[in-house]
Each structure stands twice: as C-alpha cells, then as structure tokens.
Ligand binder design. Structure first.
Ligand SMILES: [Zn+2]
Length: 121
C-alpha cells in the first residue's frame, strides 16, 4: 500500500533504470509532492495516515511484544492488525498513538493514527 501525492510536474529523469531509481518521482515519472506528504496527514477511509518520517520526536516507538500487547489491550479493536506503535503519553494517558504494520520503522512506512481519532483543529 502506498500513497504518493504528485505535484503534476513531469520528472526530468529518463525512462528506464534512471527512472526506476529516481528519488524525485519514485519511478512514476511525475514528481512526488514530498512537501504535501510532510505537511498534512492524508485521510483515507476515515483514518489519518502518515509516514514514519513525518512523525514527531515526542513519540516513542514500541515493537517488542511485551510492550505492544498492553497497548493493544488498552486501545482495543482499533489497534488490531498493527504490529508496532508510536506512542505519546501524558499523566499516564495516551495523547497520541500511531499503529504500524511490521516492526522495522522505515522512514517511508505508512502509519495510521489511532489516537486521537479525530483531527484536533
Ligand atoms: Zn524521476
């Protein structure tokens, strides 16, 4: 699963090997709008989705099963299907939780915000 907002500009790379390895268009031929990816969470099917690289340093990453299991129990059904979590707490309560599939937080990996559910304005 990937989501790549595009700027609408054609990339200057040449088709073929150069394009396949092009960091500006990621092989699509159209320049990817990385600023848009960083600037705002993307809404897909009522969930807020982002990528690991966009998450703030205030979040702690948990991937050990002994840490993940209690988080899953606390959050319940919304946390099902995720293998690891980025978490921020205040006074023992979750203020922000993102779920990720897999346990290696590559910068490009998708994360889904579980808490807060709605975007605060
Ligand atoms: Zn390119």
């Amino acid at each position: 699963m990937s989501y790549q907002p595009k700027t609408g500009q054609r990339c200057s790379c040449r088709k073929g090997v150069q394009r396949d390895n092009c960091p500006n268009c990621e092989g699509t031929g159209m320049v990817i709008d990385f600023a848009a990816i960083r600037a705002q969470p993307i809404e897909i099917k009522n969930f807020r989705v982002s990528i690991v690289a966009s998450l703030g340093p205030h979040l702690q990453f948990f991937s050990d099963s002994q840490d993940v299991q209690p988080i899953k129990e606390d959050i319940g059904a919304d946390a099902e299907g995720y293998d690891s979590f980025f978490v921020a707490t205040k006074d023992g309560d979750y203020t922000e939780v993102w779920g990720m599939s897999g346990i290696i937080p590559y910068r490009s990996k998708l994360v889904t915000r579980l808490i807060p559910k709605e975007q605060s304005k």
